[in-house]
Design a protein around this ligand. Structure first.
Ligand code: B16
Ligand code: MG
Length: 218
């Protein structure tokens, strides 16, 4: 039996722009220059690690209390954007692929670094597609460590080599590969060079390709 595991941000929804606005707000407050290009490094990376990166960019060292306060501030800002999300923010053709897999009884899981993954799935109305949701609360080791996807596979009761992972971040592709899973990159083929296959988005993924994956073709 095959199982499919989906990353959230950059694969199912484009929350990267909201993370960017929230980090930018904090960066402006701290007088740290921060661009959308800088935000690329934050994709797939935990909230705590993102703040460490931002402070490194600004050459700032702060107390643990201050660090924790800024983490909370950034997240509250981000939650303000999330509150307004609805199904219109699901990336193109994601529902088509999810419906196709569900109609064939394929088990599906979410594997995300975000601690906000469950509320986001609820907001966009996709919760019921996933038999397992592994998020930033469940993991102790971040991508590229395979923990998030290994846990998803074990919750689905499917062996790692039978799992197919959709990921937009380099660290996520590395995590899937190191778990021994089939990795499908969503994004730029020149960036996601380690993925088994890369598509710009789900509009490029047809039923024949999915059927091939179900039959064991990479
Ligand atoms: P949170 P993913 C990741 O989600 C984002 O790509 C990354 O930018 C973010 O810092 C991380 O979640 C943590 O998110 O602050 O909501 O816990 O791509 O793994 O679905
Ligand atoms: Mg992602």
């Amino acid at each position: 039996m095959k199982a499919f595991i989906f990353d959230l941000d950059g694969v199912i929804v484009d929350t990267a722009k909201y993370h960017y606005h929230a980090w930018k707000h904090l960066a402006d407050h701290l007088d740290i220059p921060f661009t959308e290009e800088d935000n690329e490094q934050f994709k797939g990376v935990s909230r705590k690690r993102c703040l460490e990166l931002l402070l490194e960019m600004g050459g700032l060292t702060v107390s643990q209390e201050q660090f924790d306060r800024w983490l909370v501030e950034k997240n509250e800002d981000y939650l303000g954007y999330i509150a307004k999300m609805d199904a219109s923010e699901i990336l193109p053709d994601v529902p088509r692929v999810l419906d196709f897999l569900r109609s064939r009884g394929v088990p599906m899981a979410l594997g995300s670094a975000s601690k906000n993954a469950k509320p986001i799935l609820e907001k966009v109305g996709l919760t019921e597609y996933f038999s397992a949701v592994v998020d930033g609360h469940d993991t102790t080791r971040a991508k590229p460590d395979p923990q998030v996807f290994e846990l998803a596979a074990s919750r689905l009761g499917v062996a790692a080599p039978s799992c197919v992972v959709f990921e937009d971040a380099l660290a996520g592709i590395a995590a899937a590969n190191s778990a021994g899973m089939t990795s499908i990159g969503i994004g730029d083929p020149e960036v996601l060079t380690e993925a088994d296959r890369v598509f710009r988005d789900f509009t490029e993924i047809d039923s024949d390709f999915i059927t091939g994956l179900l039959q064991g073709r990479p």
